[in-house]
Write a protein that binds this ligand. Structure first.
Ligand SMILES: *[C@@H]1O[C@H](CO)[C@@H](O)[C@H](O)[C@H]1NC(C)=O
Ligand SMILES: *[C@@H]1O[C@H](CO)[C@@H](O)[C@H](O)[C@H]1NC(C)=O
Ligand SMILES: *[C@@H]1O[C@H](CO)[C@@H](O)[C@H](O)[C@H]1NC(C)=O
Ligand SMILES: *[C@@H]1O[C@H](CO)[C@@H](O)[C@H](O)[C@H]1NC(C)=O
Ligand SMILES: *[C@@H]1O[C@H](CO)[C@@H](O)[C@H](O)[C@H]1NC(C)=O
Ligand SMILES: *[C@@H]1O[C@H](CO)[C@@H](O)[C@H](O)[C@H]1NC(C)=O
Ligand SMILES: *[C@@H]1O[C@H](CO)[C@@H](O)[C@H](O)[C@H]1NC(C)=O
Ligand SMILES: *[C@@H]1O[C@H](CO)[C@@H](O)[C@H](O)[C@H]1NC(C)=O
Ligand SMILES: *[C@@H]1O[C@H](CO)[C@@H](O)[C@H](O)[C@H]1NC(C)=O
Ligand SMILES: *[C@@H]1O[C@H](CO)[C@@H](O)[C@H](O)[C@H]1NC(C)=O
Ligand SMILES: *[C@@H]1O[C@H](CO)[C@@H](O)[C@H](O)[C@H]1NC(C)=O
Ligand SMILES: *[C@@H]1O[C@H](CO)[C@@H](O)[C@H](O)[C@H]1NC(C)=O
Length: 818
């Protein structure tokens, strides 16, 4: 399932996809007056963008002129921040980066973008005018702090160097996609003169949720190019009718006048005025104006919505009636169903800039339902563009910059094993409960995808639009349990124990089907089951969450809850086994209605939940071959094979962990498991490492069967949901993890590699460090020292705890002795 795209971030892709093993770790970071910058490590200067034959860049002047107008810059790995150039000589020209922000540089000195770029490895800079420009410095002023892999607390290396490269992916992605408090400033500036908004996807008012057939007026002043707004825009996607009023003022040399001709009203529909890969827009319409629109002058613009279109006036003079008939064929699932309904939004088109103030909305019955001078700081949260007031983790550094709690299941554990930045996990837990509904139609649910810039005081408006993936609620339960297992932090969990129990009860009341005993409801959509109902994976995922909460309940001395969760989990287990285990398939079916399909997560989660017994787990793993296509495993057997088939590293990450659990908990033979693990770690994940043009040092969102990025140019190449090997390698291959000690009933650190698998993988040695929650780290190493030990088959194991005197590690050697 493709997640919708979210505004604020795609508009200014200065940069491109990426690549390369040979350049791994080449990111250069330096400090200047307490600011951190990312500087390029290589460049090419020529007539067009080029990533071959790059020259190392170690500083110094780069001169662009009409014979070499294009500068290609390589940052080595993912970098994020405000793009800047420092020019030293002459100028009077316009620079356009590959796509896409234009600077008008008329004086030597520093030029920095107002809008940040979330992440990229490549950048190109094009000189548009017939002149010469010398750049003395170029880079990104950092908005995330990406350390070199060597300087992280967590570490992993092994006799097969590819495993470290794969481990590094998740470790880098959590630094690029997890952002510190206030590090991501608003894309708007509130001034005494209203909101100053540079070209971007329009940001919309949460207060227009549920409104329709209104008249929306505002005052606007063009700074450059034009001024844009939406009406009847969908709450969750900002998809809707988009109107851009252009001025007769000066525009940049590269302005595409076929899209934004001067002094016109341009009407579009969708995300913006142009198609952007998977983000469609209706063909635009252009309307002449009966007046001239000047820069730096205020105009009052009014849009009246009726059932056949939109009447636009400027200073009370009608300029056009935009008939909505042309839009109808372009209504998609991202839109509101009625072209008359939805909120309003403000944002000029690319490279434009405008002020907005004195917004007024009048309902069809004549009542004024909204007024806003747009001069108060409260605008930021209302329009969901506020700077982040907590440390949070986004799904992707560049694309999909939304806080998705499903993806965070992987991110949580990557943080724990790489940076040890537990405060992100704690803040994400606090955030989810801050957004929990305590009453009303969504009572009990927590936010599963809040926008980074939105305010929880408006949460009612985001339900149900932002609750599309029902099983992200179950993932949140798993996150709570994982956090507890990693930390034994009863303080945070007891603070939210009532909220946790309310959530579980809500999930039972709303989604546990009384007939099947599985998760199903007409208003539910299950991401982990490709939208099917009464499915194995989401039901088993609920059992995983409940099993982990039993441990929390016990730690909090809430034995009644512990036993009821255990009983419910046992019920889910027996219902899955009685209805969804398929002897014909030799594995679990995807869902109840069409038993002939199976899915990767049905296998992964039934193993992790302890629902599959040894023979079921073994048979399910053998039958994963039904899901295999060229280089990896498909989500389900219902997905056809083809060049566009998405192979998900998110899904395969859950599967990867379950393979280690099948061996360690169920004794499934290593012979069955190792080929699957080997394919994942030796073939599938390395495509993210060994293709220089795509390499960012971070895991991807999706992968195509030919090993290229899975949604084409649109794929996030820095998506922590694809980084599960980071924690799987630390937990099971290095072998340092927290496990329940049944004798004490508490979680303890163990050093216990899953020998059957690691030997099957052919590893001779592994070493690494695992960060500890309350400071310090565990350093561990195992190796076959075949020459010197009496028992050549029993590897040497060494472990030390540094900087923490409270932690004891239980070492289990190959014979299982402690
Ligand atoms: C940047 O400055 C900070 C704080 O002064 C310091 O901790 C960090 O090591 C510096 N980073 C580099 C790459 O020099
Ligand atoms: C660029 O400027 C140079 C020097 O003024 C001139 O000779 C050349 O014809 C110009 N090229 C173009 C494409 O305008
Ligand atoms: C707006 O009017 C249309 C009919 O033209 C109606 O279907 C729709 O429900 C109305 N919307 C609101 C929010 O009243
Ligand atoms: C570019 O800057 C120059 C000098 O400040 C100015 O005269 C010109 O109008 C600017 N061009 C645009 C398109 O803003
Ligand atoms: C977007 O693509 C669709 C389908 O190819 C096409 O009909 C439409 O005109 C395009 N829109 C724009 C703005 O080019
Ligand atoms: C919508 O408004 C336009 C422009 O005022 C008008 O021509 C049209 O008849 C209206 N449609 C309806 C259904 O009232
Ligand atoms: C007018 O419509 C608005 C929005 O639908 C509604 O909130 C308000 O109560 C209505 N006012 C009257 C007087 O009917
Ligand atoms: C789930 O399965 C039960 C039993 O077959 C059925 O009654 C129910 O309608 C199904 N739920 C959904 C939403 O399909
Ligand atoms: C649970 O009970 C034990 C034994 O009475 C006590 O030591 C512990 O502090 C309690 N835990 C919590 C979180 O209340
Ligand atoms: C488990 O299933 C049994 C039998 O259907 C039922 O009586 C019991 O209430 C269920 N327990 C829970 C906790 O759901
Ligand atoms: C495991 O489950 C299968 C299928 O339900 C069953 O036939 C088999 O007896 C079970 N094995 C054990 C050891 O319980
Ligand atoms: C050491 O012994 C292990 C286990 O028998 C074997 O897999 C490995 O290849 C040996 N390594 C060397 C260097 O002989």
């Amino acid at each position: 399932m493709m997640k919708p795209f979210y505004p604020c971030n795609i508009a200014f892709l200065l940069i491109l996809a990426a690549t390369g093993s040979s350049l791994t770790g080449a990111l250069s970071v330096r400090n200047a007056s307490d600011q951190q910058f990312y500087s390029p490590v290589a460049y090419y200067l020529g007539s067009g963008p080029n990533i071959d034959g790059l020259k190392p860049y170690t500083g110094g002047d780069l001169t662009l002129d009409s014979s070499s107008p294009v500068l290609t810059l390589d940052y080595g790995t993912e970098a994020g921040g405000f793009p800047f150039v420092q020019t030293s000589e002459f100028v009077n020209g316009l620079i356009n980066s590959f796509r896409t922000e234009t600077f008008n540089i008329s004086n030597p000195g520093r030029t920095e973008s107002f809008l940040l770029q979330g992440g990229q490895r490549w950048q190109s800079i094009t000189l548009l005018t017939n002149s010469s420009l010398t750049i003395s410095e170029v880079g990104f002023r950092a908005t995330v702090n990406i350390q070199t892999i060597e300087s992280l607390i967590g570490a992993f290396s092994a006799s097969d160097p590819n495993y470290a490269s794969v481990w590094n992916l998740g470790a880098r992605s959590v630094q690029a996609a997890c952002v510190e408090t206030n590090s991501q400033p608003s894309t708007w500036q509130i001034t005494q003169d209203g909101a100053l908004v540079p070209g971007q996807y329009p940001a919309q008012s949460v207060l227009g949720d549920g409104m329709g057939n209104y008249t929306m007026s505002f005052s606007t002043k063009v700074v450059r190019g034009g001024t844009g707004r939406k009406v009847a825009s969908a709450m969750s996607t900002s998809y809707g009718p988009y109107f851009v009023l252009t001025s007769n003022g000066q525009v940049y040399e590269n302005t595409d006048l076929s899209i934004v001709p001067q002094n016109k009203l341009i009407a579009g529909y969708g995300f913006t005025l142009v198609n952007q890969t998977i983000l469609p827009s209706a063909p635009i319409r252009r309307y002449s104006l009966p007046m001239s629109i000047s820069d730096n002058k205020w105009y009052r613009v009014t849009t009246v919505i009726n059932s056949t279109g939109y009447l636009v006036s400027v200073n009370d003079q009608e300029v056009a009636f935009v008939d909505s008939a042309f839009i109808v064929p372009y209504i998609t699932g991202w839109a509101t169903t009625a072209l008359t309904d939805g909120t309003w939004a403000f944002g000029p088109y690319l490279d434009q800039e405008a002020y907005y103030k004195d917004v007024e909305v009048i309902a069809q019955n004549g009542s004024v339902v909204y007024t806003n001078a747009m001069t108060s700081e409260e605008v930021y949260k209302e329009y969901a563009i506020a700077t982040n007031d907590r440390p949070v983790c986004l799904d992707g550094a560049k694309r999909d910059r939304v806080i998705w709690f499903g993806d965070f299941a992987h991110t949580t554990r990557e943080l724990a094993t790489s940076t040890g930045a537990y405060y992100f996990i704690q803040n994400m837990i606090e955030l989810a409960f801050e957004w929990q509904f305590l009453s009303g139609p969504a009572e009990g649910l927590v936010a599963i995808q809040p926008f980074m810039g939105a305010g929880s005081q408006y949460k009612d408006a985001y339900y149900p639009a932002q609750f599309g993936e029902t099983d992200y609620e179950q993932f949140f339960l798993v996150i709570l349990g994982d956090y507890f297992r990693l930390t034994s932090d009863t303080t945070l969990l007891s603070k939210h124990w009532a909220g946790t129990k309310l959530l579980v009860q809500t999930l039972i009341d709303r989604y546990l089907d009384p007939v099947s005993g599985l998760l199903a409801a007409p208003d539910a959509s299950w991401f982990t089951a490709q939208g099917t109902q009464n499915a194995t994976a989401p039901t088993a995922l609920f059992a995983v969450g409940l099993n982990q909460l039993v441990d929390v309940a016990n730690a909090l001395n809430d034995s009644a809850t512990a036993s009821s969760y255990a009983a419910l989990s046992a019920n889910l287990s027996s219902r899955i086994n009685s209805q969804l285990w398929s002897n014909d398939l030799g594995t679990y079916s995807l869902f109840l209605t069409e038993l002939q399909y199976t899915s990767a997560l049905a296998t992964a989660f039934t193993i992790r939940a302890g629902i599959a017994n040894a023979s079921q787990a073994s048979s399910s793993i053998e039958n994963l071959s039904d899901l295999f296509y060229l280089i990896g495993y498909k989500d389900s057997t219902g997905v056809p094979n083809g060049s566009g088939t998405q192979l998900s590293p998110n899904v395969q990450g859950f599967l990867l962990e379950s393979l280690f659990l099948a061996h360690s908990k169920l004794n499934v033979s290593a012979n069955v498991i190792v080929p699957v693990v080997k394919n994942m770690l030796d073939v599938y994940w390395p495509v993210m490492v060994n293709q220089n043009q795509y390499f960012t040092g971070a895991p991807w969102e999706y992968v195509y069967p030919d090993g290229s990025p899975g949604i084409g140019i649109f794929t996030s190449l820095c998506h922590p949901w694809g980084g599960a090997p980071t924690y799987v390698l630390s937990d099971y291959v290095l072998g340092v993890r927290r496990e329940m000690d049944e004798t004490t009933g508490t979680f303890q650190w163990v050093f216990d590699p899953i020998w059957g698998i690691v030997e099957g993988l052919g590893l001779d040695w592994v070493k690494g460090r695992v960060p500890l929650f309350d400071g310090g780290y565990i350093e561990a190493e195992w190796k076959y020292d075949n020459g010197t030990t009496t028992d050549a088959k029993n590897p040497q194991m060494t472990v030390t705890v540094k900087g923490n005197n409270k932690v004891h590690v239980i070492v289990k050697n190959k014979s299982g002795e402690m």
